[in-house]
Design a protein around this ligand. Structure first.
Ligand SMILES: Cc1cc2nc3c(=O)[nH]c(=O)nc-3n(C[C@H](O)[C@H](O)[C@H](O)COP(=O)(O)O)c2cc1C
Length: 322
């Protein structure tokens, strides 16, 4: 299937794996790219720019296909060494970057001078238009369903995607709630040129996370996520567990006086314990409502091939309607 997105990134199928903290290591990025999608290494999971350079090199050893690096701009006091990460990406010869979080205007010229295509992930039409206006090549439109940070507008993809299609001139992919061939064809019907998946790619053989994480996703239904940190205007959709229920109780007790320090135990530094050690109650970890559509742990190639077969069957079914 050829779309503006497959052309832009030089990939076979219009399927992207979004950056995921402590999930987007070289093993997963390479597996997605080898399967014909665009795999993504999560930049900030690597503690230093030198570690990121090493991860990019490891990925290159595992695939000769294009892959991306995610660079997330966090609202933190102690900013990571962003110039160092940008240099590691450029010097590593990476050809695609997924930016997320704050406006990437400051880094855009460096990437574009190096011939790197930039896809910015955003959760509203106004942010997508901003990304277009500063010169991003594409956007990833993340609906309310998504795992991770859905923003504060709560607009689901059945509204957000056609709204984006009505306003944008640059290509975009759908993101949030995407799992299968139905997701891909629905996204295309609503004006997208492909889809981005997070949670679905965690439950794959190659995702280098603890088996408990994959099984938690397979076992979960669409009712098992919660929104946390809403009072801090840093809303995150996470899988429910004991720590998350504690967190929500604290949020309720503190009300408008909630501070980040009140919930630090449930959110800060918990990813390694969850993703690597499989300690599923260690804290809050991002997960999409799409968990309700995930029932198996295939390889990335099995998953992507299946999506494309399903997409073809949908095209046939639609043609038969006429
Ligand atoms: C465990 C996990 C960690 C994530 N970490 C990041 C991150 O560090 N940076 C980022 O831009 N997006 C992150 N995301 C969001 C994904 O890239 C993607 O936008 C989102 O998962 C799409 O929704 P879905 O899970 O319904 O497919 C994360 C998502 C998950 C599930």
């Amino acid at each position: 299937m050829q779309t503006a997105i497959t052309e832009m990134f030089g990939i076979q199928h219009p399927i992207i794996q979004g950056g995921m903290h402590y999930v987007g290591f070289a093993e997963l990025a390479a597996a997605v790219s080898n399967a014909g999608g665009l795999g993504t290494i999560t930049g900030l999971t690597q503690k230093t720019p030198a570690d990121l350079a090493n991860e990019i090199a490891r990925c290159r050893d595992m695939t000769d296909k294009p892959f991306a690096v995610n660079l997330t701009f966090l609202p933190t006091v102690n900013a990571p060494d962003y110039p160092g990460y940008v240099r590691a990406i450029i010097e590593g010869g990476v050809k695609a970057v997924e930016t997320a979080g704050n406006n990437p205007a400051q880094v855009l010229p460096f990437f574009q001078d190096a011939g790197i295509k930039v896809i910015h992930k955003c959760t509203s039409v106004r942010h997508a238009l901003k990304a277009q206006s500063i010169g991003c090549d594409a956007v990833s439109v993340d609906g309310f369903e998504c795992g991770g940070h859905p923003g504060e507008d709560d607009v689901p993809n059945f509204i957000l995607l056609p709204r984006a299609a009505d306003e944008l001139e640059i290509p975009f992919v759908s993101s949030g709630g995407m799992a299968d061939g139905r997701s891909l064809m629905a996204s295309i019907a609503m004006g997208a040129s492909g889809m981005n998946m997070g949670t679905r790619f965690i439950a794959t053989k190659e995702a280098p996370v603890h088996e408990n994480v994959k099984q938690a996703i397979v076992a979960a239904s669409e009712l098992d996520t919660r929104l946390v940190m809403r009072p801090l205007r840093n809303t995150e959709r996470v899988m429910t567990n004991d720590a998350v229920e504690d967190l929500l109780r604290i949020e309720k007790e503190k009300g408008a006086n909630l501070k980040f320090e009140d919930i630090i135990e449930q959110v800060a530094g918990v990813y390694p314990r969850i993703m690597l050690e499989g300690d599923m109650d260690a804290g809050a970890w991002s997960c999409g409502m799409v968990a309700g559509l995930i029932h198996d742990v295939p390889t990335c190639k099995q998953l992507i091939d299946r999506i494309m077969v399903e997409a073809d069957a949908i095209i046939d079914r639609m043609n038969a309607i006429r």
